[in-house]
Design a protein around this ligand. Sequence first.
Ligand code: ADP
Ligand code: GN1
Ligand code: MG
Length: 366
Amino acid sequence: MEINVNVATDAAMNFEYCEKENVESVTRHGNGHINDTFLVKLKEGTHKKLILQRINHEIFKDPEGLMENILKVTEHLRKKARDPYRETLTVVKTRDNKPFYKDPQGNYWRMYLYIENAICLEKVETPEEFYESAVSFGKFQSMLSDFPAETLRETIPDFHNTVKRYEDFERAVKEDRMGRASLVEKEIFFLRERKEEMARGQKMLESGELPLRVTHNDTKLNNIMMDSVTGKGICVIDLDTVMPGLSIYDFGDSIRFGANTAAEDETDLSKVSLDLDLFELYVKGYIEGADGRLTDAEICSLPYGAKNMTMECGMRFLTDYLNGDTYFKIHRENHNLDRARDQFKLVCDMENKWSQMENIVNDRRK
Ligand code: ADP
Ligand code: GN1
Ligand code: MG
């Protein structure tokens, strides 16, 4: 359901700083697949720009718990930041001092201070930017290494449990609600062939080979704000999915999105491949940013994290295509199928470059 700007404007009026006569404009903002984001501009005051978001409560079933997580995590990060209002998100409260507003239709809204003089990149423009994003996500990992993970709610249970994701996929094939399964036999076969391999991460977690960490779980390049002058990574945003998880998956999701030579939904698959130079830079930045917190087993499993996140994401897009495009926002017919094919092409390219990926990572082990 597309949210109307007028509904967003009414919601904005419930937050601090947003008296009716002071609001200049409310406009749609950003490119996310899940929430609805708006930029609120004010006529006067210290904070002239604010970010207003409708939390997608079909997907995040416990928006109150989610906001509690975000408050806890941002408080923790704020204590470690040099410039707390730029280096971490600041939740703007409602006038009755709540971290969200629930409108009469049942929509949940939250507001953040706008981070000024910073940009979000949809694709890698220079290798340095990608390196910077790696350092930021690595630091995020290390800054939260002393955070009590057990106090966090699981905002989407089994979010990167690839075994569960595989079961969802097989269910979608079986139900075939839209009659689309026969159109994607090749893609279904592709995933079935890789079922065992996809379960490996979960097994390494259960056996204790890989530790449970506080992770971001959506480490796309566009979830980092970069300083528009220095190009340095300043703030990790989009904290809805911060919960316990695997560090190799945070690493992997960044590679999936940022080291792809094409966009996530490119239809010309000849353009899709893994950029090994960017992969190498990200390995370097992530390990440096994590500042000694990653175990040897985690470092060794980074290539697997990249491949498995790409496979899982492709599988989620394909599942959504089979289910009738109910989860990810789509902007054209077959958009989810295009995205899935793109991810599977990237997986194939990683398989071709596997020994090079392993060598790059091995060179960084102590
Ligand atoms: P989604 O979950 O839909 O991806 P995000 O929280 O990532 O939502 O926000 C979408 C976009 O809004 C971001 O890519 C960024 O451009 C912008 N944005 C979000 N929070 C802020 C902020 N505090 N300051 C400035 N821009 C922001
Ligand atoms: C979604 O909201 P956005 O666009 O940052 C999704 C991620 C996927 C990503 C694919 C909560 O992220 O898991 O990797 O799309 N977020 C959720 O682009 O499912
Ligand atoms: Mg985002």
